[in-house]
Design a protein around this ligand. Structure first.
Ligand code: 6MZ
Length: 352
């Protein structure tokens, strides 16, 4: 494994991506092509869609709204999904859980059902075309839309999980953490879990200890759960009185999806050295590097591995064992986990 540079090694390493939002995962190549074909992006300029420097989280959400102006039709959702899957595959992501909030846009004829159907069709077409990646879908609940819409999303997810034999596998809970209270959604989370849906919840992306504690107390032991971001879960000097949160995460071994570049650009973390990834990694707690939105944040998954490798002086063997450890956190069967281990093993044999 000594001949390639660490950067190249991170690129070739077989990886899993467990936290990627569809609308924020576009590539500039894709957008340029869309612009060339359609002449304009519904009044949105390319420069508006990429967070080039660190800005408060709220500015990220302003970009997301602009993206939703761009991707409004069945055709663009299909093309976006298709290209995002191909791009992850090119970065040697072997297993992808892609999440998105189904949109209802009467002006373009888009319904939540058509949105799901379109994403599923793009996944199936990639499969038929032999793109070397396994893809599963998560239906997102946007906390800005309220509990009633969340219930619609659970029905939708269950229906699509059944009709696709598990290609739709679970739910994501996301959206602006400053809006609403995650604990209002506890009955929705428990209901989704009862129906067999796995849950990835954005929790503690900003210091919201009360809702985080309530959600964890209610869901631990009742849901197959991962946490998105989880920036403020662990004990550190200024969060005394909230130790129970870390205790629950440890006790239930809840995997944490760590989005290093996203958190730095959204200013919820100061820099890679102070990212909570390292805290959990050192504890040997399941923590998975993820991109969040490779378009908005301008990072491939291999860039995230390389960034962490540089920051913490990780070598090739560390990176392999890191990748290996992430396979246990996928929302899929033991067989599929084993297939990923086999892929990694043959990669290591070739690289020797
Ligand atoms: C919380 C986020 C997010 O669903 O339209 N989203 N929610 N925190 C974040 N950290 C930066 N990044 C993305 O993808 C965009 C949607 O994903 C959620 C937001 O609800 C955003 O509108 P989809 O494909």
């Amino acid at each position: 494994m000594a001949n390639t540079s660490i950067e190249e090694f991170c690129r070739k390493l077989p990886k899993v991506e467990l936290h990627a939002h569809l609308n924020t995962s576009f590539s500039m190549t894709f957008l340029n092509e869309l612009l060339r074909k359609s002449g304009n992006l519904n009044g949105v300029s390319l420069e508006d869609l990429h967070l080039a420097e660190a800005k408060p989280l709220a500015e990220g959400f302003a970009i997301f709204s602009k993206l939703h102006q761009v991707f409004r039709t069945e055709e663009t959702i299909y093309q976006l999904t298709h290209s995002v899957i191909r791009e992850f595959a090119e970065d040697n992501v072997k297993y992808l859980e892609l999440r998105s909030t189904p949109k209802h846009i009467p002006e373009t004829g888009l319904t939540r059902d058509i949105y799901m159907q379109t994403m599923v069709r793009a996944v199936q077409d990639c499969q038929k075309e032999g793109v070397d990646i396994t893809v599963r879908l998560l239906v997102s609940i946007d906390r800005r839309q309220g509990v009633e819409v969340a219930k619609i999303a659970v029905d939708l997810a269950e229906r699509w999980m059944k009709s696709t034999q598990g290609l739709v596998i679970g739910m994501d809970f996301s959206g602006d953490p400053k809006v609403g209270d995650a604990s209002d959604y506890i009955p929705v989370f428990l209901d989704a879990a009862r129906r067999g849906l796995k849950l990835s919840l954005h929790l503690a992306e900003i210091p919201l200890y009360k809702e985080t504690k309530k959600v964890l107390q209610a869901c631990c032991g009742h849901c197959v759960l991962r946490i998105g971001h989880g920036t403020f879960l662990h004990r550190y000097e200024s969060n005394q009185g909230h130790e129970e949160i870390e205790d629950l995460v440890v006790q239930w071994k809840i995997p944490i999806e760590a989005c290093v570049t996203s958190n730095i650009l959204s200013k919820t973390v100061n820099g890679p050295g102070s990212h909570h990834f390292w805290y959990w990694h050192r504890k040997q707690h399941p923590v998975i590097l993820c991109t969040d939105g490779k378009g908005v944040f301008g990072c491939l998954l291999s860039d995230e591995y390389y960034r962490v490798a540089k920051e913490f002086s990780l070598g090739r063997e560390d990176l392999v064992s890191m990748a290996l450890s992430t396979f246990d956190s996928i929302f899929e069967s033991d067989d599929l986990k084993q297939r990923l281990r086999d892929i990694l093993r043959s990669f290591c044999e070739k690289e020797q």
